[in-house]
Ligand binder design. Structure first.
Ligand SMILES: Nc1ncnc2c1ncn2[C@@H]1O[C@H](COP(=O)(O)OP(=O)(O)O)[C@@H](O)[C@H]1O
Ligand SMILES: [Mg+2]
Length: 315
């Protein structure tokens, strides 16, 4: 890899547990590695790190705890996952999982992973909107959310995106000395008639041209990539498109529908047999879908949802 080209960091999050973040992180990683890209997967599910199980490897002995507490360089924590181009850094943080990792530590962690000599870093995040999770998500080059076509998962993802953008706004406005405007607007939201994040943004942008400029820049740079997992009928495919319009309508945020993945019981049986799905079933529907959506993510493209793909029951 060229000395001047820094690696690209993708973070995979999304609010709800069990949607398939770890499965998808491991599968995209395997796909990219089989295409000749160097990939390092980082298990940043601080409390419930289990990415190794999807890769058919044993739990690595060393983890990010060694980086945070013993200053072990990240590259010494990378373990190979059976394919030469694919490495894993284990996330288990026994002494840190219940608390906040200091912001400075997170920045240090990111500065270190950016320096790893690899093409891609894929970060697998835990569930929920903990500040550690949101900050890690926000510091990535590509923010990816995984959802399943179920109302609870969609709600959780919606809250996650809302919280993430609010946190981003807070950090940026604070850096520009305009933190009070946000706090005041949020505290007095009823008085100002603010019900949605979009209305909050409109209100803030009306305060001053300076704040408007900051917000406009942040919103145009803010891109969420959506992956819809575990679809059981072709009708489910359209859920991704609906989520896109809801995010735009109520949050005013731009999202890209990167792709969808079918439900397949072989996923669970692979994990239980300590096999890597992508290597065991390279010609399956899921493997093809993973390939398509990874290509879309690399190129910043979206899936094309053909009208006849939305016929109920056709999959
Ligand atoms: N496309 C899929 N088809 C069938 N099962 C899936 C699929 N994706 C994930 N799963 C199953 O769902 C469970 C949760 O997946 P996981 O990746 O651990 O979710 P998360 O990391 O979001 O908590 C796993 O047992 C996995 O086998
Ligand atoms: Mg997980």
């Amino acid at each position: 890899m060229g000395k001047n080209k820094r690696c690209e960091i993708w973070a995979i999050g999304g609010g709800k547990g069990g949607t398939g973040k770890s499965f998808i992180t491991s599968s995209i990683g395997t796909y990219l590695a089989t295409k000749g890209k160097q990939v390092v997967l980082v298990d940043a599910d601080w409390g419930g790190a289990n990415l190794h199980s999807f890769l058919g490897t044993n739990r690595p002995q060393n983890s990010l705890t060694d980086f945070f507490e013993k200053k072990v360089p990240l590259k010494e924590l990378i373990v190979n996952c059976g394919i030469s181009e694919l490495g894993l850094i284990m996330g288990n943080l026994p002494s840190l999982d219940s608390g906040d990792i200091k912001y400075a530590q997170k920045i240090k962690f990111f500065n270190h992973i950016k320096k790893l000599d690899t093409h891609y870093i894929l970060i697998d995040l835990g569930a929920g909107s903990h500040s550690n999770t949101m900050d890690t998500f926000l510091l990535a080059d590509k923010m990816i959310v995984v959802i399943v076509p179920e109302i609870t998962a969609i709600e959780n993802m919606y809250h996650f995106i809302k919280n993430v953008f609010f946190r981003k706004l807070k950090t940026v406005l604070q850096a520009h000395g305009a933190k009070d405007s946000l706090q005041d607007a949020w505290k007095n939201r009823e008085m100002h008639g603010i019900k949605t994040l979009k209305e909050l943004i409109t209100y803030l942008a009306g305060i001053s041209p300076h704040i408007k400029d900051i917000i406009d820049k942040e919103m145009s740079d803010f891109r969420i990539h959506i992956i819809l997992n575990q679809i059981k009928s072709s009708r489910d495919i359209a859920v991704g498109t609906s989520i896109k319009s809801v995010c735009n309508k109520f949050l005013g945020l731009h999202t890209l529908y990167a792709g969808y993945i079918e439900y397949d019981t072989c996923v669970t049986s692979c994990i239980n047999k300590k096999q890597q799905y992508m290597l065991t079933y390279p010609f399956s529907h899921i493997a093809k879908s993973i390939g398509r959506l990874s290509d879309n993510l690399m190129e910043g493209k979206e899936v094309t949802v053909a009208k006849d793909e939305c016929v109920p029951g056709r999959l």
